[in-house]
Design a protein around this ligand. Structure first.
Ligand code: NAP
Length: 339
């Protein structure tokens, strides 16, 4: 056997056994693993926190399986658990800091330019890290500390993120929940181009226009809530296709996969990084098992045919904010963020 064939076989074997997602090159030269484990556990009289280290254990196991991208945020109240999980994984030699991609987000009450560095330093302290890989502006809307609206311009906030990157507190910077106009303005007026845009995308919310716009500018798109109506989310079932959908099930069966797996694969083939959450061990494994098959163009079209512009994260209680990114609705929901 020639050395070349041996090396190729070795690399193929490593790729199969390591179980890691491939990496995507960001526009600033950094690399992001193409699948992320989310850590938002939902809201119920405030943000839900996991009991008995449940999330810590899930993250440690995720790293053992091969996950190398963890998504958290100040507002999820899970950064301390991410910290515990990472230090456990580092201590037992499961991975090294430089091999894990950590994304976290700036909350809306720290949007003044000079508040960003302080907010990130405090989050780094909770995370037990000296830098994060990606720091996202969670929303374009700023708030005062008592949760009343601040009219601070998100371009001011962006300057704060640019500064944090320059200081080495984060390797890359980006935004979340920005609409096309807001993203276009960031591109036109910002100094650093956003490396990533994190938005809600699933079968009922395909976001073709915003995704094409971002990708045409070299911005990597990340999809939160990637399972949409297929699964129970925070204990609730939403209308829309389910895991036994007659159009989706035959496609999943063809590849010996489940419908949630093909929903993730549909995103990966659109060059989108899915960010999902699970606390279930077998789903943690199966959600990573999506890199060994390819949906055909016809199948991609079928998955894309359910679009109805349906968002689950629709904070209409903020819709009078000058930088609210979504369409207003006639009867806004009451805010869970009342002081
Ligand atoms: N940037 C933002 O504004 C924003 C907003 C929302 C979320 N996010 C991020 O995105 C992450 C995911 O969002 P999400 O929780 O809303 O949506 P999701 O991942 O689409 O849905 C989570 C639900 O799916 C279930 N699930 C996971 N894998 C499954 C599978 N293979 N089969 C059946 N059910 C499965 C989970 O239950 P089990 O735990 O029981 O498996 C959980 O109830 C969050 O954790 C957060 O990191 C970001």
């Amino acid at each position: 056997m020639s050395t070349r064939v041996f090396v190729l076989m070795f690399l193929a074997l490593m790729a199969k056994t390591s179980g890691e997602a491939p990496k995507i090159k960001l526009n600033d030269g950094n690399e992001m693993p193409a699948l992320a484990l989310g850590t938002f556990l939902g809201m119920e009289n405030g943000v839900i926190v996991s009991k008995e280290n449940e999330l810590v254990n899930v993250i440690v196991e995720a790293i053992d399986i091969g996950y190398r991208h963890i998504d958290t945020a100040f507002i999820y109240n899970t950064e301390a658990e991410v910290s515990k999980a990472l230090s456990t994984a580092f201590d037992k030699g499961a991975t090294k800091r430089e091999d894990v991609f950590v994304t976290t987000k700036l909350w809306n009450t720290h949007h003044q330019c000079d508040e960003v560095e302080e907010a990130l330093r405090s989050q780094l302290n909770t995370l037990g890290l000296t830098y994060v890989d990606l720091y996202l502006m969670h929303w374009p809307m700023g708030f005062h500390s008592n949760n009343t609206y601040s009219d601070v311009d998100y371009m001011e906030t962006w300057k704060g993120l640019e500064n944090a990157k320059m200081l080495g507190l984060t390797k890359s910077i980006g935004v979340s929940n920005f609409n096309k106009e807001q993203l276009a303005r960031l591109l036109a007026e910002g100094y650093v181009k956003p490396a990533a845009l994190q938005i809600e995308i699933h079968l009922l919310n395909v976001e073709s226009e915003l995704v094409s716009f971002a990708q045409s500018h070299g911005i990597t798109v990340m999809a939160y809530s990637p399972f949409g109506s297929l699964v129970k989310r925070f204990g609730q079932m939403f209308p829309g296709p389910k895991c036994d959908d007659p159009a989706l099930l035959p496609i999943a069966n063809k590849y010996d996969k489940t419908v949630p797996q093909i929903a993730l694969r549909w995103l990966v083939q659109r060059n989108i990084v899915p960010v999902f959450k699970t606390l279930n061990h077998s789903r943690l494994k199966s959600n990573m098992d999506i890199f060994d098959f390819n949906l055909t163009d016809e199948e991609m079209k079928i998955l894309g045919s359910f679009d109805s512009d349906t968002k689950y994260t629709l904070p209409s209680f903020w819709q009078d904010h000058p930088h609210y990114p979504f369409k207003k609705i006639p009867k806004p929901l009451p805010s869970p963020f009342i002081n």
